[in-house]
Design a protein around this ligand. Structure first.
Ligand SMILES: Cc1cc2nc3c(=O)[nH]c(=O)nc-3n(C[C@H](O)[C@H](O)[C@H](O)COP(=O)(O)OP(=O)(O)OC[C@H]3O[C@@H](n4cnc5c(N)ncnc54)[C@H](O)[C@@H]3O)c2cc1C
Length: 136
């Protein structure tokens, strides 16, 4: 794909998880979805997998291949430029450019942040009775 002469708008997705890829799947079904060429950055080295089933992989009940949602072939078939194992580190909204930890710089027209969330961890004032945390 010749990026320079490609007239489509460039959608950059930060986060290759369930929410980000489901959004891309739905976008591709829309008539207007074809107006984008798409680049996806994923901090993890994997394709998109069902994170909810991760416990089954850790328990040895399933292989990582069995919980893959979108294979590498799916990205290729949909002409999605997938960059794995490389987290986006900065967004320059003025220049409309993202830069990754590996120094990859990609311009965008539309940017989708789908980086998940981290649960807040309560601070605690030290060990309480066995098996309990004492919150301040
Ligand atoms: C073991 C387990 C069991 C679960 N069970 C359930 C359940 O039963 N029901 C339920 O509703 N939910 C469950 N969840 C939660 C569910 O998995 C999450 O709600 C869901 O994965 C959120 O999807 P997401 O795409 O928003 O975020 P994530 O899955 O966190 O995906 C975000 C992705 O973005 C990537 N990323 C983050 N920052 C960057 C960056 N700067 N550059 C590039 N990539 C980046 C991350 O590496 C990650 O791959 C479970 C989670 C786990 C771990």
């Amino acid at each position: 794909m010749n990026m320079i002469s490609d007239p489509r708008e460039h959608l950059v997705v930060i986060g290759n998880g369930m929410a980000g890829m489901r959004t891309v799947e739905e976008l591709l079904k829309l008539p207007g979805g074809k107006r984008f060429r798409i680049t996806v950055f994923g901090a993890e080295p994997h394709v998109n997998y069902n994170r909810i089933m991760l416990s089954s992989v850790l328990a040895g009940d399933k292989s990582i291949d069995e919980i893959v949602i979108n294979s590498r072939e799916w990205y290729e078939e949909n002409e999605i430029n997938l960059i794995t194992g490389d987290a986006v580190k900065s967004i320059d909204r003025g220049a409309r450019v993202v830069t990754s930890a590996n120094g990859v710089t990609v311009p965008y027209d539309k940017l989708l942040l789908a980086t998940g969330s981290r649960p807040p961890r309560p601070t605690y004032s030290g060990p309480g009775p066995a098996g309990r945390l004492r919150l301040p």
